[in-house]
Design a protein around this ligand. Structure first.
Ligand code: SF4
Ligand code: SF4
Length: 110
């Protein structure tokens, strides 16, 4: 029978393997996104769910959250937050594009 230690070791190795695969996928995705000084991040407000992840990863304080009234009056939501890019602060690093869970952020030409 498999011991507890063996199971823990297997679990640890599997976590390392998964992390490697995730990092490779991230690098691959990053490689496909054009960034740099000539580019600036853009948020599709309709796709943004206000999760607060992009301002957390942005090292340049180039993203602010704001409240936007809901389009549908049937749904009662006290705070409908959205992200907004501060164009002058954005350095085009692309980190926010990677982190956004709804693919609401893209890079556009300045
Ligand atoms: S591209 Fe980089 S600097 Fe620009 S908003 Fe996104 S995380 Fe911030
Ligand atoms: S990470 Fe995406 S969904 Fe979350 S607040 Fe930023 S733009 Fe909106």
């Amino acid at each position: 029978m498999t011991s507890k230690e063996e199971l823990e070791k297997r679990h640890e190795l599997e976590m390392i393997r998964i992390e490697k695969v995730m990092n490779l996928a991230k690098d691959e995705k990053l490689g496909k996104i054009k960034g740099g000084e000539q580019m600036v991040a853009f948020v599709d407000e309709d796709a943004c769910i206000g999760c607060d992840q992009c301002p957390t990863v942005c090292d340049d304080n180039a993203i602010e959250m704001f409240s936007k009234p809901l389009k549908n009056p049937l749904i009662e939501v006290s705070s409908n937050r959205k992200a907004r890019i501060l164009r002058d602060e954005c350095t085009g690093c692309r980190l926010c594009v990677l982190i956004c869970p709804t693919d609401a952020i893209s890079m556009i030409e300045r």
